[in-house]
Ligand binder design. Sequence first.
Ligand code: G6P
Length: 369
Amino acid sequence: EQIEKGGYEHFMLKEIYEQPSVIKDTYRGRLHANEGIIQMSGVEDNLEKFLNAERIIIVACGTSWHAGLVAEYIFEEFTRIPVEVEYASEFRYRNPIIGSKDVVIAISQSGETADTMAAIKLAKEKGAFVYGVCNVVGSSISRETHAGSHTHAGPEIGVASTKAFTTQITVLTMMALRLAKAKGTLSNTDFHRYLQELEIIPEKVKEALETNAKAKEIAAVFKDSHNCLYLGRGYNFPVALEGALKLKEISYIHAEGYPAAEMKHGPIALIDEHMPVVIIAPKQGHYDKIVSNIQEIKSRSGIIIAVVTKGDTQVRELADYVIEIPETSDALSPLITTIPLQLLSYHIAVMRGCNVDQPRNLAKSVTVE
Ligand code: G6P
């Protein structure tokens, strides 16, 4: 097992650090930035189905559901196809309106999640075209779906998902870009810019991993917290959900993710000098709005841990702790902003003496409902 961990103390840490290389594995042979081409056989073979789709419904559970939420923002922005994201467990039991004009995308690391599988079977029965985004080759879900794309993240052992999440987002981003190209919903300039940017994302993820020391330092301060709030807007709202999920899964600290502007409709009541608030505040996106959210927290004595773009000055003045990440476009930022949040959860869990790779009560794949 020590050998499998490749010198890392835990599988989770190894998998966090593998992200630059597995993201490359995910786009290898598919993304040709210089030629301006994205080639994914599953999409190519079924292009008409996607182009005729009146709606895309994404079904998934857990972290894969969060990747689905990021994909909703990306698909709608790039392709203008309406997208809904559903918990597979809810979808399967609510007699959903779905038919042959719908494309269902099922996301699953393991390809074995029982609820996701049941949602797929239901969608197929109702005549929808079902596309799988799975990591495990030959898994039940990759066999059950009509077509699909594997994420090529390699085996993920840590129960808390890390590299599966970022590679799922990578696949879904490439799908959205390919469809945008076919539909003409992105300008040529934007299309090429995103391709170039995606190609250098592994380098930026590598740079984001340099936040490790800072994340560890912040972890030492907050390891005994009882609660933690995670806030983000737009593309980084799902990242806030995922950050909170990571913390509760492995450290057993109660954490909630929220869209930053929704804070005033509830969570703001919880803010006092004991409440750490992790805010994802990159320069791109709704920066000014986030700054005013930070001011609201500050004026209620909340403790602010902000993830900011390198060189940021405005948030730095307000925040108690800052973690700097490299700049990227708003749409691709979840691939970067999620990295320090994974590291923060990891260090907090280690410092609390938790079983990071196998947290209590959780399973890597949930094959029962
Ligand atoms: C379990 C795992 C999570 C995972 C979820 C969905 O809860 O602990 O890490 O996100 O299942 O799994 P899947 O394999 O379908 O992505």
